[in-house]
Design a protein around this ligand. Structure first.
Ligand SMILES: [Zn+2]
Ligand SMILES: [Zn+2]
Length: 187
C-alpha cells in the first residue's frame, strides 16, 4: 500500500485551506504542526466580518492587496487567540512566505518551514531564516488529481475531519465539504 508521507499530508491540508482564500490575487494556505498534529490553519483573507476581495475587489496600495491577512499570519494568530504555543512547531505553506510572514514565523519560535511553490523568494527572508536557524525545505505537492479514486476520497475525508477541529465557523466547514465533494466527484 502506498501511504502518503506526513509532509505530503500536511501540505495537502494547506492546499485545501488555500481553497478558502477570499483574495483573488493569490490563494495561500498554511498549517501549523507540532509533533505531527495540526494545531492551527489559515488562509489569506480579510479580518473576520470584513469585506472580501472576491466581493468588493482587492484594496491595493503600492501593488499589494492590504485587505487580507496572510495565511501564515492567520495561522499564528489563531494560536495566539486560543493560547496554543507555536514554539518549536513546523509550518506548511503552499507558497514561500513573504518577508513580513518570515519575521512573524521566526518570532513565533517556529523551527521549520515547508513550502511547495516558490513565490518571489526574498533573499532577505532566506537570510533571516538561516540566521535564526529555521529549517526551510521545499516539498513537492502531489496533485490530488494524480491520486487514485479511493486514496483521494480517504485523504479528503481525513483532512476534512481534522480541519473541523481547526475551523470555528460551521458554515465555513459546510462550504469546504461542498468544495471537497466537487473535487471528489471530479467536476
Ligand atoms: Zn485582495
Ligand atoms: Zn506573508
Amino acid at each position: 500500500m502506498n501511504r502518503i508521507s506526513w509532509d505530503q499530508y500536511f501540505m495537502a491540508q494547506s492546499h485545501l485551506l488555500a481553497l478558502r482564500s477570499t483574495c483573488t490575487r493569490l490563494a495561500v494556505g498554511a498549517t501549523i504542526v507540532r509533533e505531527k498534529r495540526m494545531i492551527a490553519g489559515g488562509y489569506n483573507g480579510s479580518i473576520a466580518g470584513g469585506d472580501h476581495c472576491i466581493d468588493s475587489g482587492c484594496y491595493c496600495i503600492d501593488g499589494h492587496c492590504v485587505r487580507t491577512i496572510h495565511a501564515e499570519m492567520n495561522a499564528i494568530l489563531q494560536c495566539a487567540k486560543f493560547g496554543v504555543p507555536t514554539k518549536d512547531a513546523e509550518i506548511y505553506v503552499t507558497h514561500f512566505p513573504c518577508l513580513q510572514c518570515c519575521k512573524a514565523i521566526i518570532q513565533a519560535g517556529i523551527q521549520s518551514v515547508f513550502y511547495s511553490a516558490d513565490y518571489k523568494n526574498h533573499p532577505y527572508a532566506i537570510e533571516l531564516f538561516q540566521q535564526a536557524g529555521v529549517k526551510v525545505k521545499q516539498v513537492e505537492h502531489r496533485q490530488l488529481e494524480s491520486m487514485k479514486g479511493t486514496e483521494k476520497d480517504e485523504l479528503l475525508t481525513d483532512l476534512l475531519s481534522r480541519l473541523k477541529e481547526l475551523v470555528e465557523d460551521e458554515s465555513e466547514m459546510d462550504e469546504l465539504k461542498r468544495r471537497a465533494d466537487r473535487i471528489m466527484s471530479g467536476s
